[in-house]
Structure formats: structure tokens, C-alpha cells
Design a protein around this ligand. Structure first.
Ligand SMILES: NC(=O)c1ccc[n+]([C@@H]2O[C@H](COP(=O)([O-])OP(=O)(O)OC[C@H]3O[C@@H](n4cnc5c(N)ncnc54)[C@H](OP(=O)(O)O)[C@@H]3O)[C@@H](O)[C@H]2O)c1
Length: 389
């Protein structure tokens, strides 16, 4: 049994993790760190976790303990009593983040950068207090790649002028961990996640990120033109698939026996990597699976990376887009650039069964809300067929 302390259990990935933990109830357990304000604001059945679920209604806690705290506070705001109660925690998992790309700069930096470092400080304190190894996993994003094209390596990345404020806040979190880690510190894994979509079986999602906005904007785009690099790829994972890889990584780091963390934080991409479909293939799959859903096909207009990056970094230059359009324009860079996130290190750390594989048709179905059997579910009945009955 490994015991996790997880911040961000009420989020998209947290919901995925709760489902995976429920399936693996005898082998892993989690205490969810929730913001104090949320605990006070909502009533929970005794012993249950945060908030009974988001819009998708599933309970995100898996029945674990609730620990009030705030990742922006020193040591996530946990006092000596809370630390004493957490003597069995083997891995501190930081899924907490400000993920609204249009949020204020300060909100992004405090939650995403300060929160990253305070997670390490908390793991250090737990390790010292209980005299045993406590590991730390920081959920980052593949989008710290900023303007990088081609193969993005599983290593710390350098400065990049193309990063958005959100990307910069996550990158600075990574940088701070790399710079502040010392020998003897908890082993640290920086897990960069690809875009997260709904559950692979039910499609249930807590929120709709930029990829869903692609579906929402399909009919609204001017002349139905979408600027993108010719071989742009869409790397996304169902949240339960990503969570399964996360739990496997937590088990692996808790078990030790590898020198992967001896020299400082290790970086992995929890992503489809080479198996991620191109944008063109994804759109065609969506149209072929739900032909009556889309009246027109989107036209991909070959565009340079520089233009896509500039446009998605400066949405307010020409007009005042609302928050949804700002996020859509920012999200353009997550579907329109030609790059592949390397997954070699992830593969070396996880059992093959836990390495995420992307099935493009499934991705298209989840993103565009298409039924599994388009012919049965979508085609209207054809009375002319009666003569064959
Ligand atoms: N979703 C994606 O497409 C995606 C892609 C790549 C990487 N990631 C990364 O994966 C991680 C999880 O993302 P997500 O999509 O699950 O995020 P999310 O749905 O926005 O959830 C964020 C979670 O963080 C919690 N939180 C925010 N500020 C906090 C604070 N100050 N103290 C404690 N908890 C706080 C939220 O709690 P409340 O319920 O109280 O707000 C919520 O549980 C993040 O690090 C994100 O950057 C996500």
C-alpha cells in the first residue's frame, strides 16, 4: 500500500486519479489536500473528501482523508498536527494549479510556481519529521515547451520568449525545483502532462479545455479556416489514462531502487508522444464518425509557427476578446504546432501496460462528443431501406 497526499483532487486530473484509486483500493490510498475555503463552504458527509465532485458529479476523493491547506502557503499551510497525521504518506502529489490561461499573472505565479516549491518543502518536512523517504511529484505541462518545435526532450528546458504567462508560471515552477533540489532531498518527479480530455469510457469531463473549444468553434471560425502548421499534432490523453500513468509513476518512485532521481528532479512526458494524431487526421476522424454533426469541414490553412505563436500569445492586440475567446486563441498553439513530446524516459520508468497509448478515434469521439457507433446512432432512418427488410 502506498499512501499519497494529493493537492488538486477536485480538478480534472484529480477526478481521473480518484477513479483509478477506487479501482486499486487495496494497493494505494490518498489523502486529498483541499483549499480551506472549499471545506468550509461546502458540507461533506463525515469522512468524505472534497466537494462531492465537479460538474461531472463524481466524488473526487475515493473516500480518502481531507486535509485542509493551500499550496500557496509555506509547506502548503500544514501545521505540526497535520504533519503528525500524515506519517504514512510516501508521495506528495501536486496536481493543484491555476489553469485558467486568462487568469491574473499573480494568481498564476502564486499557485503554479510558489505551489511547486512549497510542495517540495512539505515533502522535506514530512521526510524529516518521520525519518523516512517521502517522494514528490509535481504535475507540470508539456506546454512549457513554449515555442519549441520538433522533438521536445524530457529534460529541463531553457528560457523561451514565446511562452504565455501560464506556461511561464509552470516552467518557473520546474526551474525552481531543479535549482533548489539538494542531495538527500526527496526524490522529485516533474510529470509534464499532455492536454487532458474526459474519461476514456464515459467521456465525462470536469471542464472543457482548448481542445474542446476547437469542437465548440468549428462552425464559428471565419470562413471555417483554421491556421495550423502542415503536420501539426494534437497530443491529448483521457484523464483516467493519464491518472493511471501517474499512479504507476507514484508507485515506482515510492519503491525506489532506481538512480533516476539521484542527481535532481527527473522529467517525464505523460503524453501520447509519437502516437499522437495529426490535427488533420483528428478532424477527419471526427467528421467521419459524426458526419451529420458537422455541416462543413474545417479548412486547415498552412501557417508558420512564428505566426501561430505570436497570435496565440497576443490575443488582445487587435480587439478585446472575452475570456473564452482568449483561451481559444491561446489554445491554438496546442493544436497547430508541429512537435512531438518525447516519452523515452516515461517508458523506462513505467511498466509497458501503464504507458499511455492514444487511440485517435477515441480521442475524436471524446472531444467532439460523438457516439461510439455513428452509423447506428447518427444516421436518420431511411424509409427507402424498407424494401430490403
Ligand atoms: N487539464 C489539462 O488539459 C492539463 C494539461 C497539461 C497539464 N495539466 C496540469 O495538470 C495539473 C492538474 O490540472 P487539472 O486540469 O486537473 O486542473 P483543474 O481542473 O483546474 O484543477 C485544479 C485543482 O487545483 C486546486 N487548486 C487550485 N489552487 C489551489 C490552491 N491554492 N491550493 C490548493 N488547491 C488548489 C483546485 O481546487 P479548487 O477546486 O478549490 O479550485 C483544483 O482541485 C495542473 O498542474 C495542470 O497544470 C493539465
Amino acid at each position: 500500500m502506498i499512501r499519497l497526499l494529493v493537492a488538486g483532487m477536485s480538478g480534472q486530473l484529480g477526478h481521473g486519479l480518484a477513479g483509478v484509486l477506487a479501482d486499486a483500493a487495496d494497493a494505494a490510498d490518498a489523502a486529498g489536500l483541499v483549499r480551506l475555503t472549499r471545506v468550509v463552504a461546502r458540507a461533506h458527509p463525515a469522512g468524505r473528501g472534497p466537494a462531492g465532485g465537479g460538474p461531472d458529479g463524481g466524488g473526487p476523493d475515493g473516500g480518502g482523508r481531507v486535509v485542509p491547506g493551500d499550496v500557496r502557503q509555506p509547506g502548503w499551510g500544514l501545521g505540526a498536527d497535520a504533519l503528525a497525521d500524515l506519517s504514512d504518506v510516501g508521495v506528495v502529489v501536486n496536481l493543484a494549479a491555476e489553469t485558467n490561461w486568462a487568469a491574473a499573472q499573480q494568481a498564476l505565479f502564486t499557485a503554479n510556481t510558489v505551489g511547486a516549491v512549497e510542495g517540495l518543502n512539505l515533502a522535506r518536512r514530512l521526510q524529516e519529521a518521520h525519518g523516512r523517504r517521502v517522494a514528490y511529484i509535481y504535475a507540470s505541462t508539456v506546454y512549457v515547451a513554449g515555442g519549441r518545435l520538433g522533438v521536445v526532450p524530457e529534460t529541463p528546458l531553457g528560457p523561451c520568449r514565446h511562452r504565455t504567462v501560464y506556461e511561464e508560471s509552470k516552467w518557473l515552477g520546474e526551474q525552481a525545483l531543479v535549482e533548489q533540489w539538494r542531495p538527500g532531498d526527496p526524490p522529485v518527479l516533474i510529470a509534464r502532462f499532455a492536454a487532458l480530455v474526459g474519461d476514456s469510457v464515459t467521456g465525462t469531463t470536469r471542464r472543457r479545455n482548448s481542445l474542446y473549444l476547437l469542437a465548440a468553434r468549428w462552425e464559428e471560425l471565419p470562413l471555417r479556416m483554421l491556421p495550423a502548421m502542415r503536420d501539426a499534432r494534437v497530443d491529448a490523453l483521457p484523464r483516467d489514462v493519464a491518472a493511471r500513468a501517474l499512479l504507476a509513476a507514484a508507485r515506482r518512485i515510492a519503491a525506489g531502487g532506481t538512480d533516476a532521481y539521484d542527481d535532481g528532479p527527473a522529467v517525464v512526458h505523460v503524453a501520447g508522444g509519437q502516437s499522437a494524431p495529426t490535427l488533420r487526421a483528428l478532424l477527419e476522424l471526427a467528421r467521419s464518425q459524426g458526419p451529420h454533426r458537422f455541416r462543413h469541414m474545417l479548412r486547415l490553412v498552412p501557417t508558420s509557427a512564428e505566426r501561430i505563436l505570436w497570435l496565440s500569445q497576443n490575443p488582445g492586440r487587435f480587439y478585446r476578446p472575452d475570456e473564452a475567446w482568449t483561451n481559444s486563441l491561446t489554445g491554438l498553439r496546442y493544436v497547430a504546432l508541429d512537435r512531438v513530446y518525447e516519452t523515452t524516459r516515461l517508458r523506462s520508468l513505467l511498466p509497458a501496460t501503464d504507458v499511455p497509448q492514444v487511440e485517435p478515434a477515441l480521442l475524436a469521439r471524446i472531444l467532439f462528443g460523438l457516439p461510439a457507433s455513428p452509423v447506428a446512432a447518427e444516421l436518420p432512418g431511411d424509409p427507402a431501406m424498407a424494401r430490403f427488410e
